[in-house]
Design a protein around this ligand. Sequence first.
Ligand SMILES: [Zn+2]
Length: 702
Amino acid sequence: MKSCFDESEAKVFVAKYSTLPKDLALRIYTSRLIGKDPDLVLHGGGNTSVKLRMKNIVGEEQDVLYVKGSGVDLATIGPDGFVGLDLNFLRKLRNLESLSDEEMENQLQIHKISALSPDPSVEALLHAFLPHKYVDHTHADSILVLTNQRYAEDLVREALGPRVAVLPYIMSGLPLAKEVVEQYERDTQVEAIVILNHGIFTFGDDTRTSYEGMISYVSKADIYIDKKIKGKTLMTPRKDLTPPKDFASSAARVAQAIRGTCAHRVSNEKLRRFYTVIRNIPDLVEASLSKEAKEICDSGVLTPDHVIWTKNRSVYIEGIPGNDDELRRIVMESVNHYKADYDQYFEVQVKAKEIKREKLDPYPRIFFIAGVGLVALGLTRKGARITADIAEHTIRTKVRTRGLGEYLPISDSHVFDIEYWSLQQKKLDRASPLPLQGQVAIITGAGGTIGYGIADRLLAAGAVVVISDIDEPRLEKVHSILASKYDKSQIESIVFDVTNYESVENAFREISLRLGGLDIVVPNAGIAYVAKIEDLDPKKFDELIAVNLKGTFNVIKASVSIFKRQGTGGNIVVISSKNVFDPGASFGAYSASKAGAHQIAKIAALELAELGVRVNMINPDAVFGDEEVSSKLWEIVGPERMKSRGLDPEGLREYYRQRNLLKARVLAEHVGNVVVFFASEQTPTTGATIPVDGGIPAAFPR
Ligand SMILES: [Zn+2]
């Protein structure tokens, strides 16, 4: 690991933040240097600070500690990520014998110099008590390799030398802050302080010294470990385990089973579903096939800070059977076993500590699967990625610890203190209360108006939406419009051909690899053609049947096995047409193919009810596009209709508006609203059709 400090880049930061004190601008610069290295900190881990003297609003000089906000990511931190605190007051807290969590939080809050800044890091007092202008703190992997060992103290001293103090693990807060500063005062020659099972602090009177102290000590640890493990076999391969022959299929199936098994209800709330992230990097797969894999899962977190994302332990699965029932049984057994262990851990800890806590959900967040790698779970996509990143580093770090001795994790008691610490829980990426949070939707034909409108409404309702189309440029355009309105991580695109079953199956597998499965399926892809039967080219007829009818069938069929493996129900919403009930002349191929799709949807409603899957239809009429996203159907149908009625485009819209009972202009978002209605399961409804047409008596469902 090398220092990335660059004087000219530092000057760029000072210039960029010219309205801030120079020392704070430099703090932002080196904080980002630390944040961008995942071997030092991961997602919101670690923290940094700088002490400044500045004038307050009445012109008095004041000492201010700028420390990272709790949970803020160092990689992207800016001025808003730091919180200014009244340093002189915070230092007085050192005289207290003890300080409750609530009171520490209160004192930190009331001594902020700006009400709008974030909650201060839980390690703020430690930063305040140390006398140095700059303090840097990380949970570097290499430091944890040394500290999570039976003879950790000796190892740290041997690896890092005499200018490093080593302290036992103490929970963050006043006791740790006092211990660290006392340690420093006992020996002011120390350049770094290592806390066992937690991480390392470095400091200095300029930002470069503090940052480079961190890099230098982490590098020393790295070199020491590399020397120790050189030539050693760290993992023993298990001869009885082999990677699955078809990785994609096996990984997708196991992700679906895991996602379904871990979905759960908290009291009477709606079902909480997870998103998954799969990592199959070769070294992880190799570790998953070793004798030590189970121990890696059972042996606990590297540092208690990780527990809120990963829980303390992970699930190990030895293989993926080809049979789905067997697969579900194995996953279910593993999860039940995990839950029982978690419940016991909770009971033991609350009893031993004589406290009352509301138990968090007992579901695992990481599965380590022989030959596949890891599957991480999160209530949000961002959460799943954070969990996967931490899990990946944890596995690698645990493998390295094997070269030095015996991995010794922190006790359950310490882990519990952090897992159930109110200040820590605040960092969690809480699931939003939106109705479709946790769900995955797929919309075919999303390059057109209606598909776009549905995607827009589903995103607004909190689902992760996979938009698909066979027309890549149109799909990309819709993607970029949606990405400008919603969180990009909520949107995925995939190009496939609904007329080809294999193409659909591959796409659905890909979706499961990216997200863990599917909950809302919206067959919407459709094409139109205007011709009387007499003039209708049979080839054209076949084309419409292939997209509108067979395409709907293919999409429904491919979703069934996924719904089965998940076992959490689901929704299919077929975008049908007003023409099914009220066909028009010269529109035979369209009306007949849509009527077929409608009928297939009804059959699906009959067959899939036992899986808890509801199948409903929407009959829109006259949904025109706009300049942003045009309607493919109206590009084909419009000119002929305008010609026959002698209308311009606006006139045509008006004609259709006047034609319905409500004199309503029908919009794509209206169709989207009905999809959200069905998918949010507000009524026990399946096999139903809702018209979205402004009211056309001839098309009333019957
Ligand atoms: Zn820490």
